[in-house]
Design a protein around this ligand. Sequence first.
Ligand code: PRX
Length: 635
Amino acid sequence: MSNYHIKHLEEYYQVYRKSVRNPEAFWEEIAEEHFVWRKRWNNVLSWDFKKPEVKWFDGAQLNITENCIDRHLPTRGDKTAILFEPNDPKEEAEHITYRQLHQRVCKMANVLLEKGIKKGDRVCIYLPMIPELAVSVLACARIGAIHSVVFAGFSSNALATRINDSDCKLVITSDGSYRGAKTIDLKGIVDKALEGCPGVETVLVAKRIHSNIDMMPQRDHWLQPLLDDAYGDNVAEIMNAEDPLFILYTSGSTGRPKGMVHTTAGYMVYTAYTFKNVFQYREEDVYWCTADIGWITGHSYIVYGPLANGATTVMFEGIPSYPDFGRFWEVVQKHKVTQFYTAPTAIRALAKENLDYVEKYDLSSLKVLGSVGEPINEEAWHWYNNNVGKKRSPIVDTWWQTETGGIMISPIPYVTPTTPTYATLPFIGIQPALMDENGQEIKGNQVDGRLCIKFPWPSMARTIWGDHERYRDTYFSAYKDMYFTGDGALRDAVGYYRITGRVDDVIIVSGHNLGTAPIEDSINEHPAVAESAIVGFPHDVKGNALYGYIILKETGESRDKNNLRKEINQQITEQIGPIAKLDKIQFVSGLPKTRSGKIMRRILRKIASGDTSNLGDTSTLLNPEIVQEIMDEAL
Ligand code: PRX
């Protein structure tokens, strides 16, 4: 029996038991048989959740790009590694073979070296979904530089914060990006960000939209001429198993974004292994994940996981609505996509459109459909199942996080019977626990609680860049010897998990994690604003949308409220990005607060969702009278 590829349910249970009874032996076998190492490990796992410190395959040496590229060259050199589908369907798709990818990554690695980037240096990548993005990620990994990809929808402010937090020396960007019929001036955003980033010495600029941009002498360089001159081979840097591979920022409920640090060997082993099983990947498949590489889904399941398996991975530059709402399905038909992995928000948006957009295309190549990023509601699940999967392709509702690095709870298609809205069973090696508010584990089935993980898994983040204490406080202090996910979940009668949503102040809007605190900070900087509170409310496409309750200063009271709303959203767009804009803004004269001055968000959430039948106990409020006023004027 190969533990690497699970093919039926009994086998899942058998392998799961093995992985939990003796995790070291289990992961050692996977690591040994399916990857190439420069040096073997001394110890499979050491861990202490109190510190917290987790080490997988300590003592081993490797380079992840040798696993993702070089080792495939003898057998898959001419196979497409990356299939680039441009924004404009009239522009030809690009098939980048493993051999070509090798050369492009080596050239980019040599350019980075030539610009003085060394092992351990941080490189910020702010690029649209073009091949240079994947190539840059891999080139960093090739030379041991730590990549920090910032999603190219973030504003200059958000970009600057991330660049400075991890002291990036070099930024890779492009002259601009396409987004449907629009273009975006990425280089302008970078220029603005860098006004506040003294540590950045070099900016490499890929040409995409051929716009007329400013290039700062000495600092800015067009990428292509450098690549043309670079040598097409590169000896990979030898990395230790626990050397950082990348930093990826995620929102916290408070404070600055958290730079989650992922390390090399465990991340590689786990993303490759989950990719193989969760997508039942086979050699001839064409796999497409629609995420952006700026998010963890793109890191793990567009780049590293698929390439480690020698897969063909589609990189899509466009959006689902351009040139029309049939674009996803047109691409599936065109490239005969076998696995399709997307977010519920995209499904909900497409489900609102005419069915002809789906029915027009031949989707018979599809074997597996995936969902990620937020709970998938029953209606969206059925729409996806009926119209895209034609009830033939199982849906894998995959629950995981930036912090977990890889998929944690998910069906295995054709193995695990699925139930709409359930992420079903823990993946191999994952030991979930549901906890009550007193810190006790809730055993048995048909229970709900806060979702924790009891035992380390190979791809867990090891720290927050520059702030290990925050890492411990955020994830390891709520429950003794457990990793706390921040999510609530229930376990049904057969042991299936259903994720019910965040239990902290993170709100998931269109699958993007947004912390309330940074948005409130941004609003409060508006000269007319005294104080604000943000909550989420249900939205039929975005899952959640943002509702802001804002107290104005006296100077703001006389202003036109619609103008103020626009200004506030403009401010959020500039400081964070358009994804954090508020759908509704209600101006209020006060916010419900406890006697200790804490805003009672529970009440605000209920009002925002229009459910005021039972507001719970408001007697402990400092200002109970404000509740009625807010309710009377709710939007
Ligand atoms: O609340 C969970 C939700 O997304 C959060 C993690 O967000 P992020 O770090 O951005 O990573 C998203 C992509 C892996 C989780 O804490 N979430 C993610 N997947 C699901 C989900 N909620 C329900 N069902 C899912 N399948």
